[in-house]
Design a protein around this ligand. Structure first.
Ligand code: CAA
Length: 240
């Protein structure tokens, strides 16, 4: 039977490329999204993948959503926590909502989702959890105290959960992409984006497919000895 992979934020941007490449690698894939119905439906038509809609920052919705997916498709083997938002602004102008929305959607969602799948993975003695962090969780970014904190938190969660899960055949890793050519990055004001691109030694933005490739690798049996690590993928912009 095919292994089942779940991708949060899986119908757009980096997540869509991850869903697609996992499918091509032979997995059953369920993509979770929250906001954009039109894009999600078009993605579903194009790929034939199952899509589910809920808010991953909400624990109860995660509980209900995972129960439905398990019921429909069986237990989850691979979880990719990719869903994320930005609410950029300098801290001295940041509203509480800007802070909490980013922490809840980008970081608490990882707890919410891991918590639903981990017991079953432990019982079955296999699992792959891949958390999408960011270069800005590693180096910090002007205007992103909220996002940098959430993405750094993901790296801590990854290392701790990797230790708790290793003996049960579950690997937990993070990927820290740099600036990838997605709608999120295209929203950065032009002069700021040019300044950022100039700091990438490879001389271009990354592609979603390049991130997806790394996810497929970490999901594979061959990556079974890799756990607790953060794979950086940033065109040389920042070395950890
Ligand atoms: N370092 C130091 N100073 C900086 C700076 C930087 N990186 N960027 C701006 N400043 C300075 C400006 O020069 C300006 O100084 P003056 O007032 O002396 O002219 C001051 O800070 C205020 O700058 P802004 O006018 O730009 O301030 P703002 O409040 O209008 O906007 C901002 C602030 C919204 C944070 C804007 O700078 C911005 O959008 N920055 C980009 C943040 C970013 O990189 N986001 C990444 C989104 S993509 C993503 O997150 C995906 C991923 O994982 C990589």
């Amino acid at each position: 039977m095919k292994r089942l992979a779940l991708v949060t934020g899986g119908t757009r941007g980096i997540g869509a490329a991850i869903s697609q490449q996992l499918k091509e690698a032979g997995y059953s894939v369920a993509a979770i999204y929250q906001g954009n119905d039109k894009v999600a439906e078009a993605f579903q038509k194009k790929t034939g993948l199952s899509i589910y809609k809920w808010d991953v920052s909400n624990f109860k919705q995660c509980q209900k959503g995972i129960a439905t997916i398990t019921n429909n498709h069986g237990p989850i083997d691979i979880l990719v926590n990719n869903a994320g938002i930005t609410r950029d602004g300098v801290l001295h102008k940041m509203a509480y909502d800007q802070w909490i929305d980013v922490i809840q959607t980008n970081l608490t969602s990882c707890f919410n989702m891991c918590r639903q799948v981990i017991e079953s993975m432990r019982e079955r003695g296999f699992g792959r959890i891949i958390n999408i962090s960011s270069i800005n969780g590693q180096k910090g970014q002007f205007g992103q105290t909220n996002y940098s904190a959430a993405k750094a938190g993901i790296i801590g969660l990854t290392k701790a959960l990797a230790q708790e899960s290793a003996i049960k055949g579950i690997t937990v890793n993070a990927i820290a992409p740099g600036y990838i050519n997605t709608e999120m990055v295209q929203k950065i004001p032009e002069p700021v984006l040019t300044q950022i691109t100039n700091q990438i030694p490879i001389g271009r933005l990354g592609s979603s497919e390049e991130v997806a490739r790394a996810v497929v690798f970490l999901a594979s049996d061959e990556a079974g000895f890799i756990t607790g690590t953060t794979l950086t993928l940033n065109g040389g912009q920042y070395f950890v």
